[in-house]
Structures are given as structure tokens and as C-alpha cells.
Design a protein around this ligand. Structure first.
Ligand SMILES: NC(=O)c1ccc[n+]([C@@H]2O[C@H](COP(=O)([O-])OP(=O)(O)OC[C@H]3O[C@@H](n4cnc5c(N)ncnc54)[C@H](O)[C@@H]3O)[C@@H](O)[C@H]2O)c1
Length: 258
């Protein structure tokens, strides 16, 4: 019987110092994985590793900027050096704040594309170079409702996140016969530090945003973590190239005329 047992498996999580990435790194660690905690913020990465280790899990921090392909290659190399293989690549890092399309200048466009799409491309390429010779591997990437449908103020972020979906589908189609699975998670509004830093600037704040959600609350980061550990596991062995919304019905509303 297949189970959610990650003992002996090597897992990289990007953006693992905060929010969804942190919750996912902790969850993989609880399930026995050897986790590479990748973040640009060293103290945030260290805190996640310390929490994994305090629960008797295995984790190592890796400070890297996921927009730089050389640094991303270094993250994968670290996983292979320390743990001898790479079973799961969770390309989670990304983010944006809403901004009218015409106010996004070229520099900001490039920054958003780099953070939200280049990072996933670099992580996927580096992971494939290790996973293909292994004959197996699971790649999971984080998109957004803005990648599924238009969200006012998130044009470039949405374009990048739509690209993430397309990239994962292509990996599934091209490398499925070689033991690779690639899937995408689409979070709804999640109560993370990243989300809170934006909500703190809004008049309705957290309470107003909770109320606006179809389930009456934002999601929790650990609710995405549970989807990630499932999609990356053998329990999902024939799930390949899908987009899994974990969004409390937000995408159901996107699909309906409002
Ligand atoms: N929170 C939400 O409501 C929501 C909704 C839809 C999609 N998402 C997506 O989920 C993912 C995680 O979001 P979150 O809210 O948990 O994020 P967050 O802002 O709480 O945390 C992001 C982490 O990424 C790190 N980071 C930023 N730039 C980096 C870089 N260049 N290299 C390495 N690390 C870097 C930060 O230091 C931070 O620890 C993102 O891809 C985001 O687009 C979030």
C-alpha cells in the first residue's frame, strides 16, 4: 500500500522561510523527508530548519536567490551532495502586490517574471537533470488564481503564473514516460506573512478579506502543504500535469459569471 511516508526521500522547498513554503517544509519534515529549506532570507530559512529539527526531522538551510540559475543549480547540488538524490522539487517561491497594469514599468515586469516564472523554470531544469538519470521524481509548483483567470491588478503576476501551469503540463507530457510527474497547486487567498503585509494596507484588513472568501475565511498555509505532500507522493502516482486548486471555491467563482 502506498503511504505518505517520505523517509529516505530528498525534498527541496523554495521560499521555505515563510508562509506556504515554510508550512510545506515542516510537513515534509514531519513525514520523514530530508528537506532542503531554500530561501533568500537566511534567518527565515534557519528558523524553518530549527523547527524541523526540533521535531526530530532532517533539514538543512540553503540561502539562495531563485531568480539566479547558478544559485538554483547550487540548491539542487546541495540536495544531491547531502542526501544523494532528489525526489521532490517544490517550486513554491513567488509573490506580487496588486498594481494597475500601466504602472508596471519594465523593471518591475522583469522582476515579477523572474520571481514567479524564471524561478520555476530554473528549478525545474535543475531538478530534471538529476531526476531523469534517477528515473523518477516529482515536481510541484505554485501558481495562483491569477494564473487561472484574470484578476485586476495582477496582470504580469498572472501571466507568469499561467506560464507556471503551462511549464508543468509540458514537463508532464515530455517526461512522463521517464518517471517524472509535474503538477501545479493553485492556492486561493492564504493567510501568510506575504498576504498579511498587503492586507495591512487595506481598509478592511484581515477581517474584511476573510469575509470576502467563499468559505468565509482565508486558507491556512498548512492546507497547501497537505496538497503538496499528497501530489508529490506515490499516492498521486497517476496524477500528472494537473492544476489542483486549494482555494475554498475561489476558482469555482472564477468560472461563473459574477
Ligand atoms: N498567500 C497567498 O494568498 C497566495 C495566493 C496564491 C498564490 N500564492 C503563491 O504562493 C507562494 C508562496 O506565497 P506566500 O504567501 O506563502 O509567500 P510569503 O511572502 O509569505 O513568503 C515568501 C518567501 O519567499 C522568500 N523569497 C522571496 N524572494 C525570494 C527569492 N528571490 N529567492 C528565494 N526566496 C525568496 C521570502 O524571503 C519569503 O520567505 C508564492 O508563489 C505565491 O505567489 C500565494
Amino acid at each position: 500500500m502506498q503511504t505518505l511516508d517520505y523517509k529516505g526521500k530528498s525534498v527541496i522547498v523554495t521560499g521555505a522561510g515563510s508562509g506556504i513554503g515554510r508550512a510545506s517544509a515542516l510537513r515534509f519534515g514531519e513525514l520523514g523527508a530530508s528537506v532542503v529549506v531554500c530561501d533568500i532570507d537566511s534567518s527565515a530559512a534557519r528558523s524553518t530548519v530549527e523547527t524541523i529539527q526540533a521535531a526530530q526531522g532532517i533539514g538543512i538551510e540553503c540561502v539562495a536567490d531563485v531568480t539566479d540559475p547558478v544559485q538554483v543549480d547550487g540548491v539542487v547540488a546541495l540536495a544531491c551532495d547531502r542526501y544523494g538524490r532528489l525526489d521532490v522539487m517544490f517550486n513554491n517561491c513567488g509573490g506580487s502586490f496588486p498594481m494597475p497594469m500601466l504602472e508596471i514599468d519594465t523593471a518591475e515586469y522583469r522582476r515579477l517574471m523572474a520571481l514567479n516564472l524564471d524561478s520555476v523554470y530554473f528549478g525545474t531544469m535543475a531538478a530534471l537533470r538529476v531526476m531523469l538519470p534517477q528515473g523518477c521524481g516529482a515536481i510541484v509548483s505554485t501558481t495562483s488564481g491569477a494564473g487561472l483567470g484574470a484578476v485586476s491588478g495582477l496582470a504580469v503576476y498572472g501571466a507568469a503564473k499561467a506560464g507556471v501551469i503551462s511549464l508543468m503540463r509540458s514537463v508532464a507530457a515530455e517526461y512522463g514516460k521517464q518517471g517524472i510527474r509535474a503538477n501545479t497547486i493553485s492556492p486561493g487567498a492564504m493567510d501568510t506573512p506575504g498576504m498579511r503585509s498587503w492586507l495591512d494596507t487595506k481598509p478592511g484588513g484581515v477581517a474584511g478579506y476573510n469575509d470576502a472568501q467563499p468559505q468565509g475565511r482565508m486558507g491556512r498555509a498548512d492546507e497547501i502543504a497537505d496538497a503538496a505532500v499528497f501530489l508529490a507522493s506515490d499516492l498521486a502516482s497517476y496524477i500528472n500535469g494537473v492544476v489542483l486548486p486549494v482555494d475554498g471555491a475561489v476558482s469555482a467563482l472564477l468560472a461563473s459569471p459574477q
